[in-house]
Design a protein around this ligand. Structure first.
Ligand code: BES
Ligand code: MN
Ligand code: MN
Length: 462
């Protein structure tokens, strides 16, 4: 116990400078201009896994970016933990809103992180959290405390929907065999009130194109006489939600799992201040589906959001034009009971059905993913709970998150394994936003807590 804290305290500066090396590489999977950086990051992760004491470390090819694999098998009769994480990151833009360059990590203190936070794209999502696992493993190897087998699977396409992972799981089913999957790629309530993520939402991500006339037109000569695709698109989008902020797509809510009043009362016990929430976002009022609280709206309820909309003239000054085309990216977060393929189809046929004859509409589906819920009576959950109790001196609260990690449902289907989501980030860490950061406290606490999960999971398994 003392040992672990001492080791971390002694090695802390090295841990941070190693993490900085990973953060310096712009491994943006969405942008092919960074192709080589993504591949270099995979190699660097491989190096760190080897240095930490992993065997059979390889950069495994896939149809897309590689998966870095490594393992330490100490005894076939002991349980095996599969650690999943991702080394790719979101694009950094808008770059001008960063206070320091996104790929030049620095530590700065904040009100929430008085011990300092690491500022860089990927600091929290997910390089910093993934690296906690490599360092926790290093600690266990160095101190002869590894109680079970471990396999690492660190991918490079999470931020683009893990398109190669189903292939990878099918190809390497035997190699990836495990008793539990451990993931740190989510958050917790606060540094004094840890929580364990027990649910993730699914996702259906669509792109729509509305086409009017065959070319851009002078808006004086033609305006008023032909459909303007942008006008039409915005009218169509406004029909997707009603006055109660419920999604109008027929059949959308058909299989949505409703929580009982008792379950909702249990959820409401989690500490939450609506005032602080509004203050932190500088908004006067919250918004969402009638009849639900903010925490319910962003976790147990499905949603529909336009993520981007474009078309026409957006350059300097004015140009009087009716564009030929208008576009939007629209995503829906899904909850247990909803199937992303079915929802994508319901969306497409409804969206086409509300289009006037004056335009034509095309829809395509980007990535999707199924929702996931972890049972709190599973030994994996119990082991995680005991680990947090020990390091935070406080019982963690189970909490369903609004984010998505589509691979988690795939793990359940392909490998028949449950995933435990021990995330150490905070909602305020600005993941996917400018000035993403990760608390030094959180980073070190993760390294301290992870070995205890190994210990308790092994004990509870026997
Ligand atoms: N780590 C996040 C997901 C997350 C963050 C879940 C915080 C819960 C709490 C992951 O990297 C992510 O960004 N997922 C995407 C989906 C993916 C298919 C692009 C998301 O949720 O938008
Ligand atoms: Mn992530
Ligand atoms: Mn992400």
């Amino acid at each position: 116990m003392k040992n672990r804290k001492q080791y971390i305290e002694l090695q802390k500066d090295r841990f941070l400078s190693e993490l900085f090396e990973i953060l310096k590489l712009p491994s943006i999977s969405a942008d092919s201009a960074f192709n080589q950086d993504v591949l270099d990051t995979a190699e660097l992760v491989k190096t760190y896994l080897e240095k930490a004491g992993c065997d059979n470390v390889e950069v495994c090819e896939t149809p897309g970016y590689p998966v870095v694999y490594g393992e330490k098998i100490i005894d076939k009769n002991l349980p095996t933990i599969l650690v999943y994480g991702h080394y790719d990151v979101q694009p950094a833009d808008p770059i001008e809103l960063w206070n320091s360059p996104p790929f030049e990590p620095v530590i700065k203190t904040t009100e929430i992180h008085p011990e300092g936070a690491i500022y860089a794209r990927g600091a929290c999502d997910d390089k910093g959290q993934m690296f906690m696992h490599i360092k926790a493993f290093e600690y266990m190897i160095q101190n002869n405390e590894l109680p079970c087998n471990v396999k690492f699977m660190i991918e490079g396409e999470e931020e683009i929907g893990s398109p190669s992972l189903e292939w990878f799981l099918k190809e390497h089913t035997h190699k990836l065999k495990n008793d539990i999957i451990l993931i740190s790629d989510t958050g917790m309530i606060s540094n004094t009130q840890p929580s364990i993520t027990t649910g993730l939402r699914g996702l259906s991500y669509m792109e729509v194109t509305v086409t009017g006339p065959n070319r851009d037109l002078h808006s004086g000569l033609y305006g008023g006489a032909v459909a303007n695709p942008i006008n039409i698109l915005t009218q169509m989008i406004s029909k997707l939600l009603d006055a109660d902020n419920r999604i109008t797509i027929p059949g959308f809510y058909n299989n949505v799992e409703e929580l009982s009043l008792a379950e909702r009362a249990e959820m409401a016990k989690a500490p939450f201040s609506l005032d602080d929430y509004k203050k932190s976002l500088n908004i006067q009022e919250v918004h969402g589906e009638n009849g639900y609280t903010s925490n319910e709206r962003n976790s147990i309820r499905p949603t529909l959001d336009v993520n981007g909309i474009w078309g026409g003239y957006t350059g300097q000054g004015a140009k009087t034009v009716i564009p030929s085309k208008a576009y939007a990216k629209i995503s829906m977060r899904l909850v247990p009971g909803q199937d992303h393929k079915e929802i994508s189809e319901l969306f497409s046929s409804y969206f086409k059905s509300i289009a006037p004859k004056s335009v034509s509409v095309e829809t395509t589906s980007h990535h999707g993913g199924h929702p996931y819920v972890t049972p709190t009576d599973h030994i994996g959950y119990l082991a995680a709970k005991k680990a947090y109790q020990k390091t935070f001196n406080c019982t963690p609260i189970p909490q369903r998150s609004g984010g998505s990690i589509p691979i988690v449902a795939l793990f359940e289907n392909e490998l028949n394994s449950k995933s435990i989501l021990m995330g150490f980030g905070l909602d305020s860490d600005a993941i996917h936003s400018p000035n993403e950061h990760f608390g030094v406290f959180n980073f070190l606490k993760g390294i301290e807590t992870i070995p205890l999960f190994y210990k308790y999971f092994t004990e509870l398994s026997s």
